[in-house]
Design a protein around this ligand. Structure first.
Ligand code: HEC
Ligand code: HEC
Length: 264
């Protein structure tokens, strides 16, 4: 019995390092300059088929794919270099260094922001979040803040940095159905105002400004007005300077609930 356990442990210990060899990443991956260079190349040679920011078109969508199926960095590299024979994807004649910049860009629109080397000062961004930006009026981070918008405590652990930027600049495009302002009047004349938290065919869950949740059945409603657009302000591009926006994004990119990361 003891002997068996011992053997298993030994084998395990011997096999583990061999099974997962440490492969160094190409230095372009996660490097902000390489990503920016890759973005330019992408705009010139790939956007025609994959969309300006990888949203897809004639070619498949290349962004916000939580799991990049079986393609690792090398796989993406080979796909770009060789193209996809038989499909509509041409190979590239760019030098390898440039192709790696493209891989870095494609990665950057998929990996969560916390894994990226995002430029800017998170400390300065934190001050903007709670101060000038007014973000904390609507968003919670680790239990502090408002509840009109989604909790952002894990936004860097979930979203690619490019998506965080777009969520701030073009809030109407994110496909959210919840968090819309709603006014409901019940058949008995009671008025409930707040944001939509959840919706089924039979009921609405509305959160009022005090944070109270109201469950209302649609059968008991006389009137319902649901705002289609995001309540999030749309003028951050003019209200924040370039540096402020960069720092804000750096701060949000560090928001992750992953235990190992810890930072703020
Ligand atoms: C003429 C249109 C076209 C152009 C230009 C093009 N692609 Fe594609 N790309 C496609 C198509 C179509 C596919 C899907 C191939 C398939 O069926 O697997 C694809 C697939 C890919 C894939 C693999 C996606 C996956 O899910 O496996 C990557 C990565 C990619 N393209 C990156 C690029 C990059 C980077 C460039 C610019 C250097 C580029 N493509 C230029 C049409 C194009
Ligand atoms: C008036 C309330 C309000 C303010 C102020 C506000 N937001 Fe939002 N935010 C929302 C709502 C509601 C959503 C949900 C999606 C939508 O409506 O766009 C959202 C969505 C987001 C998202 C996407 C969340 C996700 O799930 O990925 C990010 C990131 C974000 N906001 C960041 C900010 C930042 C940064 C600021 C300050 C510069 C800010 N918001 C100010 C209400 C607000």
């Amino acid at each position: 019995m003891w002997r068996q356990t011992f053997l298993i442990l030994t084998t395990g210990a011997l096999l583990l390092p061999a099974a997962e060899p440490e492969k160094p990443k190409n230095p372009a991956i996660g490097n902000p300059e390489a990503i920016a260079a890759g973005q330019k190349l992408f705009g010139a040679g790939c956007a025609g088929c994959h969309g300006t920011s990888g949203e897809g078109g004639r070619g498949p969508k290349l962004r916000n794919r939580a799991v990049w199926h079986t393609l690792d960095d090398d796989g993406i590299f080979k796909t770009i270099k060789r193209g996809v024979p038989g499909a509509d994807m041409p190979g590239s004649s760019l030098e390898d260094e440039k192709i790696w910049q493209l891989v870095a860009f494609v990665r950057s629109i998929n990996s969560p922001a916390i894994e990226q080397n995002v430029p800017g000062s998170p400390q300065a961004g934190e001050a903007i979040f709670w101060g000038k930006g007014g973000c904390g009026n609507c968003h919670l981070i680790r239990g502090k803040g408002g509840m009109l918008g989604p909790d952002l405590s894990n936004v860097g652990g979930l979203r690619p940095v490019e998506q965080i930027r777009e969520d701030i600049l073009t809030p109407d495009n994110d496909g959210y159905e919840t968090y819309r302002r709603v006014t409901a009047v019940t058949t008995s004349g009671r008025k409930i105002e707040g944001v939509l938290k959840n919706r089924t065919n039979y009921s609405l869950q509305i959160q009022d400004a005090q944070g109270n949740l109201h469950m209302v059945s649609t059968a008991g409603l006389r009137e319902i007005t649901l705002e289609k657009k995001s309540p999030m302000p749309k003028d951050f591009k003019s209200r924040l300077s370039r540096e402020e926006f960069r720092d804000l994004v750096a701060f949000l990119s560090r928001q992750s609930m992953r235990p190992a990361e810890g930072g703020k």
